[in-house]
Write a protein that binds this ligand. Sequence first.
Ligand code: UDP
Ligand code: MG
Length: 309
Amino acid sequence: MSVLSVIVPCYNEEENIRYFYEELWKNTPFFQEKGIEVELLFIDDGSGDHTVEEIKKLRASDPRVHMVSFSRNFGKEAAIYAGFQKAVGDYIVIMDADLQDPPSLLPEMFRYLEEGYDSVATRRVTRKGEPPIRSFFARMFYRLMNRISKTEIVDGARDYRLMKRQVVDAILSMGEYNRFTKGIFGWVGYRTKWMEYENIERRHGETKWNFWKLFLYSLEGITAFSTAPLAIAAVIGIIFCILAFAAILFIIVRTLIWGDPVGGWPSMVCIILLVSGVQLFCLGIVGQYMAKTYLEVKKRPIYLVQEEF
Ligand code: UDP
Ligand code: MG
């Protein structure tokens, strides 16, 4: 008998847990008919509200409910990783607790696996209900990312994905500390079917992402899946060397022809400011990669468990 594991990362989702649970079971008879057992695995990402209590209430009457709770908030990426490690299923799906990932798509997603795909991913085609400025920057980010990284990162991709065991094992073999999941999915490859759907707004509560968090997250994505900024820093360095060389030649020739009238103090200041600015910028880029390397070599655990059942 095969098993489908449903992984649900939760961070302060007390109002959504029960509702999610009910919605999910409404869509699982399809799997039971096929003889597939469903296990539900909540990953509590250090919630400060009653999320854990809500999950325990469900567990009291339903042994198919499992939970791993973290000792503090480690982020959704860590929750997904923990879910993959703990899930026993032959098929594994990640879903948000806020019902932005509609469980009603599951049967159709599963049919694609039967057709021979290894992984069925979803992307939202509209960004309804999102501030336009955020959509704009999101688009820019995806465009930039796909230009500078060999890993394909799809615009509007959600983490809602149904996968076969093989894909999950591949993802688990990537033990990195900086886990940019969207990139990791692209990096492992496998036959992936993309399904599209309209964005659905959160059932309860607020999104945990503000603009600043998303910005930092995009930097994370860039440093995790591209080294192009390092190359860009080097290219800027070369361009400035060439400019400097041309300027030196110009000054020598000018001095030989017209002598050396002292002057050029303001232009000198501008040049110094510009060049030192560029140097600091490039140093900053190098620093970003160094910081990431530093975090990786420490080999800290990706999450710590508080409680598990
Ligand atoms: N989440 C999490 N840890 C966090 C932030 C979010 O596990 O630090 C969970 C959250 O409970 C939800 C999912 O990740 O189930 C998606 O979060 P959210 O709805 O805030 O993101 P959005 O849908 O706006 O991208
Ligand atoms: Mg959401």
